[in-house]
Design a protein around this ligand. Structure first.
Ligand code: FAD
Length: 497
């Protein structure tokens, strides 16, 4: 196994896309699960901090070490089994999501989760329960995980399949490969009904596999995933529509969301009726931010919506239905970009990705950490919340861009402070936005997770008693509190008297 202890050889692993950086003594690159287990057994009891590194595209400092060692999973990147009849894929955690998508599509199969950034590892997406644009129709990563192999900090193994092990109300236990029974209590907080990636997934009688998905590597290291696949849709309609009035764009999204939900739940065929799989919004400042790279954005645009629908029919009914809806909200054909093949569809994906990337570049250039919301609120309060949020940021004198997964009522409002003083103001406004989202029965993180940068917001969301319950749960799997310590909650909750 490769082991590097010259920091110059692993500096890239000391940060992630949040621009937060840390320190570590060395980094290990296990080439298979056995090597990883041997390493962990050797370290067991020494109380050395262990930080797991995926693709490093996380936005909350989760893979950023704060001492100890790093374990990179990039060499565990093999396909183990593709079962076309039963539509599943078994894969190692270091496989890059882009490679995975291409691989399954070459077999006429489809893996729906799509967290915008395709350079992430599949293991990282499971650890954060990543979602993204297609979550509107297909749900988050959690909905596609059928099984996991998880290595505990002492090298022991838990193998868990969906539908096999459940909590008894809030009491639970799992058996490890060595025969040890781990008993633990599921924390008792109530999760919001919105899209959510804040803290452990906890529910009475829950399927225990869900505890590990989104646990940000604090309970164990995922070394194998069994993923659910679906048949590859024959056609994808992908479209970016530019509006001259942002109210028209909001109204368009609302109607498209309502119709899509009704059609989906009534199981009406997407071959003829409007059923979006993605509904994404860009405000005028986002379009201004993108315009140097995209000079063809119509000059008088005040907002844009990127939507996608997949379908199997060979007719134009779906396209015509969408065009009618766009016209209803004053969006003319000359303000619409339509993708007619996979290459063009990918270009729209790049357009969506570019705005997130440009914000990260802006923050890096100003040597500041990202202050972008990941909140989500219930549908009935979304519009009012969105207006309130924009007003709040503007009246604090801060520039921003607003875009995101509006189908899921999940806005990414990214503040663009120009200096330290503005950054401090932005952080205060950020806390106010999170507090209001929680007050409205929403969440502080709908998809990125908590990592090391959002602990205070999780504390505000669930309260200290819930955080202590989470820490107790972690202790059951990681008694020394060494694995990804500092993710989800502050390390002080892991200290034992
Ligand atoms: C431009 C851009 C756009 C993005 N858009 C989205 C989006 O739309 N939706 C979304 O959900 N996310 C988005 N992200 C965030 C990011 O891509 C996801 O969080 C992704 O899931 C992280 O995967 P990774 O492999 O890069 O993980 P890393 O950043 O390396 O790690 C993330 C966390 O997972 C842990 N981890 C990684 N692998 C394992 C493992 N095998 N076992 C246990 N723990 C592990 C790490 O320790 C860390 O805590 C975006 C990021 C960027 C840069």
């Amino acid at each position: 196994m490769i082991h590097k202890n010259d920091i110059e050889q692993f500096r890239n692993y000391l940060s992630d896309a949040s621009n937060y950086s840390g320190f570590a003594e060395s980094i290990y690159f296990p080439e298979n699960e056995n090597e990883l287990r041997t390493l962990l057994r050797k370290l067991s009891g020494e109380k050395i901090l262990i930080t797991v590194s995926g693709g490093g595209t996380g936005l909350h400092g989760g893979r950023v070490p704060e001492g100890g060692i790093i374990v990179s999973l990039e060499k565990l990147n093999r396909v183990i089994e593709l079962n076309r009849e039963k539509c599943f894929l078994r894969v190692e955690p270091g496989m890059i999501l882009r490679d995975l998508q291409i691989y399954v599509q070459s077999h006429d199969l489809f893996y729906p989760p799509d967290p915008t950034e395709w350079n992430c590892f599949i293991g990282g997406t499971a650890a954060t329960n990543a979602s993204g644009a297609r979550t509107f129709k297909y749900g988050a990563t959690r909905d596609y995980i059928l099984g996991l192999r998880i290595i505990l900090p002492d090298g022991d193994l838990i193998e868990i399949e969906r539908g096999k092990y459940f909590a008894n109300t809030l009491e639970a236990s799992v058996q490890t490969e060595s025969g040890r029974k781990i008993n633990f209590k599921i924390p008792s907080y109530k999760m919001p009904e919105t899209k959510n990636a804040s803290g452990y997934f906890c529910r009475p009688d829950m399927d225990l596999i869900d505890l590990f998905i989104g646990s940000e590597g604090t309970l164990g290291i995922i070394t194998e995933l069994k993923l659910k696949l679906i048949p590859l849709p024959k056609n994808v309609l992908s479209c970016i529509a530019f509006f001259k009035d942002s109210e028209d764009a909001y109204n368009f999204i609302e109607e498209a969301r309502n119709i899509s939900k009704i059609n989906s739940s009534a199981k009406i065929s997407s071959d003829t009726q409007l059923t979006a799989r993605a509904l994404e919004f860009f405000d005028e400042y986002s379009l201004e931010f993108l315009s140097p790279d995209y000079p063809n954005i119509p000059a008088d645009s005040k907002a844009a919506v990127w939507f996608e629908q997949d379908y199997d029919a060979e007719t134009d009914t779906v396209i015509n239905n969408w065009i009618s809806l766009l016209e209803k909200y004053n969006c003319k054909e000359d303000s619409v970009w339509l993708a007619f093949d996979k290459k063009e569809e990918d270009k729209f994906h790049v357009f969506r990705h570019a705005i997130a990337l440009k914000v990260n570049e802006y923050m890096s250039a100003h040597n500041l950490k990202k202050v972008g919301t990941d909140v989500s609120v219930p549908e009935n309060v979304f519009r009012e919340f969105n207006s309130w949020m924009k007003q709040k940021v503007s009246s604090a004198g801060l520039k921003y861009v607003l875009y995101g997964h509006f189908g899921n009522c999940h806005p990414h409002l990214n503040m663009l402070p120009e200096n330290e003083a503005e950054y401090e103001t932005a952080k205060k406004v950020y806390m106010e936005i999170c507090s209001r989202a929680v007050l409205l029965k929403g969440t502080v993180s709908a998809e990125h997770g908590i990592g090391k940068l959002k602990q205070e917001y999780l504390l505000m969301m669930y309260g200290e008693d819930s955080i202590k319950q989470m820490a107790k749960l972690k202790h059951a799997f990681d008694p020394d509190g060494v694995l990804n310590a500092g993710n989800i909650f502050n390390k002080k909750y892991l200290e034992r008297n």
